[in-house]
Design a binder for this molecule. Structure first.
Ligand code: IPM
Ligand code: MN
Length: 352
């Protein structure tokens, strides 16, 4: 099969972890007889440095023309301490989500048997955890009207949702639940927020179309608590943009390292696959970043964008093998026994 993949390495450790995923994908292509055509493009701080724009039109064209986008990370500390910076790398990410219509962000949390004791939570709490948070990604407070009142001392951000936006996200949630444990949890704050009441009403109306799915409705504060108490009690959770942002960071550390969890963003055009972690500026160029989340994002891409299950399984298998054999970066092994980012990538590619 011919696979056209846009490669957006981004900033910080992005290029380093993406390079390992490319090695692994190229090894898969050889083994399973595919031809991968990689097209690189800039986004984030590197794109601002290049042309003053964090998601240039030329990059958008590359994404639209591709069958899938593999993305690293964006962000640079030089923008973080300047609240008045007009252009920020993160705007590139938001613009990309909006222009590609990526309304659904699939963020799984699962555990690796060999890493159970790396988790900040006790073994008995997390064993068997296998959940997906489906986060709405192009609406809510992230994209609402915001600003300052005339006096400069009052600021506002607004949260808006339409029934249509909720329905298309919830539909995906129900469909994913049907392929798994058939449990769906709608996470909201319906005791306070009107948008949350619309979420609840909309999802309740859809329940009859999915009689096999058991639906629960829980407040976001309670879910934040239960995620560390009994993460293994959840299957699929659907939620709005900001709640999803917060809960997915919380959930991502359950597996033992933030460097492990992949994600997919799906919507109207090309789907995008990226690690959940950020650009980790402190680690940039040190050959210490964990490439596994990006490699596992490539597995999601094979499964999801190309329908190539054996290829996805082969990637997951080699990742599990590297974990079991301790061919891992310092976040998992400690400094003394650590392998470098590149060494892990080479090992994975060789063992495909
Ligand atoms: C994420 C990130 C982004 C978000 C930032 C970088 C804008 O935290 O992908 O979760 O808040 O959505
Ligand atoms: Mn986030």
């Amino acid at each position: 099969m011919k696979l056209n993949i846009a490669l957006l390495a981004g900033d910080g450790i992005g290029p380093e972890v993406i390079a390992q995923a490319v090695k692994v994908c190229d090894a898969i292509a050889v083994k399973y007889n595919h031809e991968i055509n990689w097209t690189s493009a800039l986004t984030g701080a590197c794109a601002i440095d290049d042309c003053g724009e964090p998601y240039p039109d030329s990059t958008h064209e590359v994404c639209l023309a591709a069958d899938a986008v593999l993305f690293g990370a964006i962000g640079h500390p030089k923008y973080d301490n300047d609240p008045k910076a007009k252009i920020r790398p993160e705007q590139g990410l938001l613009k990309m989500r909006q222009k590609l219509g990526l309304f659904a962000n699939v963020r799984p949390t699962f555990t690796f048997p060999s890493l159970i004791d790396n988790s900040p939570l006790k073994r008995e709490r997390i064993e068997g955890t296998d959940l997906i948070i489906l986060r709405e990604l192009t609406g809510g407070i992230y994209f609402g009207e915001r600003g300052r009142k005339d006096d400069g001392n009052t600021a506002f951000d607004t949260c808006t949702y339409t029934r249509f936006e909720i329905q298309r996200l919830a539909k995906m949630g129900f469909e994913i639940a049907m392929t798994r444990g058939k449990k769906l949890c709608c996470v909201d704050k319906a005791n306070v927020l009107e948008t949350s009441r619309l979420w609840r009403e909309t999802v309740q109306d859809m329940e009859k179309d999915y009689p096999e799915v058991t639906v629960s409705y829980e407040f976001v504060d309670a879910v934040a608590m239960r995620l560390v108490q009994w993460p293994n009690s959840y299957d699929v959770l659907i939620t709005e943009n900001l709640f999803g942002d917060i809960l997915t960071d919380e959930a991502s550390v359950i597996s033992g390292s933030m460097g492990l969890m992949p994600s997919a963003s799906k919507g109207l055009h090309t789907s995008l696959y990226e690690p959940i972690h950020g650009s980790y500026p402190q680690a940039t160029g040190k050959d210490i970043a964990n490439p596994l989340a990006t490699v596992l994002s490539a597995a999601m891409m094979f499964e999801d964008a190309f329908g190539l299950q054996a290829e996805a399984d082969a990637i997951r298998e080699v990742v599990n093998k590297s974990l079991a054999e301790g061919i891992v970066t310092e976040d998992l092994s400690g400094k003394n026994k650590a392998y470098g980012t590149n060494a892990v990538g080479d090992w994975l590619a060789k063992n495909i």
